[in-house]
Design a protein around this ligand. Structure first.
Ligand SMILES: CC(C)(COP(=O)(O)OP(=O)(O)OC[C@H]1O[C@@H](n2cnc3c(N)ncnc32)[C@H](O)[C@@H]1OP(=O)(O)O)[C@@H](O)C(=O)NCCC(=O)NCCS
Length: 276
């Protein structure tokens, strides 16, 4: 006689993301091969709301919506490998798009995420190149100061460059790392993933950005450094001369973009692919 065993349907609950979900979310991002530490998740969550899908007590999907004034960045969108292709990614995206409300939405897509985001009305807005490796000391081409700075002023420069209001986030990042300033630009360096990340880098021109990046590489000489840069700023080749190599990247995407005032300040490196 053959015994037919039918398993009970798996209960799947999509709930608001809370700190209690962090360990499960970390396991999910590590399984996806992402370098985030729990501190990196917590930094993002400090400016976000989101959802976690839980099945049998296990976090099987996440998505965060981070708020930066008129702009929201959608991030940490992951579905457990065994549950992909069943509509869960779309459900999570629909939930975090609703959280974003009428804000401009931005994200950096992996190749796997692109088809879903296109279907949800996002369009391509350039490439983000990820560079990482052991930093090589290189004298900056102009003086750069490493030390505390007026965060309100830096946040105003960042707003002019990115359209994002994120003074509280920049304050937190500055507290966890180093602030680099020079005439017409600044950069923040902090622990992240396998070592440190440099970003944002905000500068009035490429020479200013190069000086900030070289100063950061010199500060961290011999240690692991990562930088995520909009490819169209054209500084990836320079960053390669500092000991970092291209290591993937993503596609910047936008939904419901808003017009932005012109500024001579530009974002040369992101805080992270997640936070823009
Ligand atoms: C990206 C990811 C979140 C998608 O989750 P998912 O649960 O598999 O997605 P869904 O099952 O909801 O599918 C989403 C849609 O994309 C479509 N799709 C997926 N791959 C596609 C492809 N190669 N071409 C065309 N459409 C595709 C699906 O058909 C579906 O469309 P529908 O809702 O109209 O039916 C998941 O693959 C993942 O976690 N990947 C690893 C982490 C990652 O890269 N995250 C993205 C970070 S930006």
């Amino acid at each position: 006689m053959t015994e037919i065993v039918t398993s009970a349907p798996t209960a799947l609950e999509i709930a608001p993301f809370t700190e209690a979900h962090l360990p499960g979310a970390l396991a999910l991002s590590q399984a996806a091969g992402w370098p985030h530490r729990i501190e990196d998740w917590a930094l993002g969550l400090s400016v976000s709301q989101g959802v976690a899908a839980v099945s049998n007590g296990r976090v099987v999907s996440t998505g965060l919506c981070s708020f930066h004034g008129p702009v929201a960045t959608l991030n940490m969108i992951i579905v457990d490998e065994t549950m992909r292709g069943q509509g869960l990614g779309r459900q999570v995206m629909e939930r975090i798009i609703a959280l974003a409300g009428d804000r401009e939405m931005r994200l950096v897509a992996t190749d796997e995420g692109l088809p879903l985001y296109r279907k949800l009305g996002f369009s391509e807005a350039g490439r983000i190149v990820q560079l990482q490796g052991l930093a090589r000391a290189t004298p900056p081409e102009r003086p750069v100061c490493v030390g505390p700075a007026d965060i309100d002023m830096l946040a105003a420069m960042d707003l002019a460059a990115s359209g994002m209001q994120r003074q509280p986030l920049l304050t937190r990042i500055a507290e966890m790392g180093e602030t680099l300033t020079t005439e017409g630009g600044f950069a923040l360096l902090r622990p992240f993933g396998r070592g440190h990340v440099l970003g944002p880098v905000v500068a009035q021109d490429a020479a200013t950005a190069r000086a900030l990046i070289a100063a950061a590489a010199s500060h961290l000489a011999g240690h692991f450094l990562r930088i995520d840069m909009p490819e169209d700023q054209g500084l990836a080749a320079f960053v390669e001369t500092l000991g970092l190599s291209r290591s993937g990247g993503g596609t910047a995407m936008v939904r419901a973009p808003r017009p932005r005032p012109q500024s001579n300040l530009q974002t040369h490196a992101l805080i992270s692919q997640a936070l823009g």
